[in-house]
Design a protein around this ligand. Sequence first.
Ligand code: NAD
Length: 373
Amino acid sequence: MEQKSAAEVVATARDAFNKGFTKNVTHRMKYLKSFKKFLDENEDSIVQAMHEDLRKHREEVRFEISIAVNHLKYLMANLKEWVEPKKPPKRWTDLLDGVYIYKDPLGVVLVMGAWNMPVLTLIPVTGAIAAGNCVVIKPSHNCPAFANMLANVLPTYLDSMCYPVFLTGDIHQTTILLEQRFDYIYYTGSSSVGKIVHLAANKYLTPTTLEMGGKNPVYIDPSADLELTATRVMWGKCLNSGQACIAPDYVLCTKSVEKEFVMHARNALRKFYGDDPRCCPIVNNQHFKRLQSLMNGLNIVIGGRTNSLENYIEPTVATEVSPDDPIMQEEIFGPILPIVTVTCFKDAVKFINQREKPLAVYIFTKDSSSMTP
Ligand code: NAD
């Protein structure tokens, strides 16, 4: 079936919203239940699609689905209470009035997902449905199998006039979609595309939520249990091959901690994978090449092998990394862990504060009382 144009999809959703279909709380509850049914009944298809796109393991997919299902349960348990108008305290200017706060839906919401956690980035869709909006669902063009499965299967559970899935084979179609007028845009993805989305939203002063990534530092204190620390850091770096928004990006530690950490990191990888580490491949050749070029010139002490036919990069650790190296200029989003040495905790805090705000910071220490900047 041919897909409608972006303008047609948005116009249909706006028409449905104006007719008041999605404002009705019984309708909202019905489609929240249907969304949960979609997740419950289609685990195999979701797993298969995410394996095709990302080689994700079933257990990781189930983990994503379970978070979305729990969120849906939370919405359904609280919706009736949330939609009740609230009576705020009166001020002298409105003493004689009946004053209520009504929580009206905004209208037509666009939800743009990212490829690395396709189910998780659908969670804002459920919030927008609960709030009574129509929602244009735009999965990432970088996970085509998942996006196609969604476009084929979701309409059997949700009303596709109110909650259409819009497929974008390339960036051009997303650009056209972003030219349409929305009442809210919820975007998950990189900050470079976040700027494009923000700029497009400015045209109509559309409010946005931009869920982006960042360069998440790990500070390892000399007091930390380094075996445990290395196991946890390498687990975080290898999960989905480091293609997770809260993956540890780089390590800050003293020179002596670095030496011991590297030894334990090597052991941790052996424990996880044996002598031939195999985590999942990089999502596509463009990202593979980007990561390969970030590895150029690094002092690699663990891993470093790549395979362009499979877009595969071995879990890799590099020492003697300079803050000016290309790998320290952008979110890595891959299984490469650079270590930058610092002299102490305060030095690490200064290093972090001089850069863009990360999404997460990890501290490993046995002495939390000394961790105040
Ligand atoms: P991506 O390539 O899937 O892009 C994100 C969305 O933007 C997709 O819907 C995509 O189709 C669209 N898009 C891409 N390029 C575009 C362009 N030029 N113009 C218009 N639309 C475009 O994902 P990505 O950006 O590679 O995603 C990874 C990023 O997402 C990482 O930075 C990661 O940290 C972040 N992320 C954040 C969270 C969070 O909850 N904060 C969750 C997952 C991912």
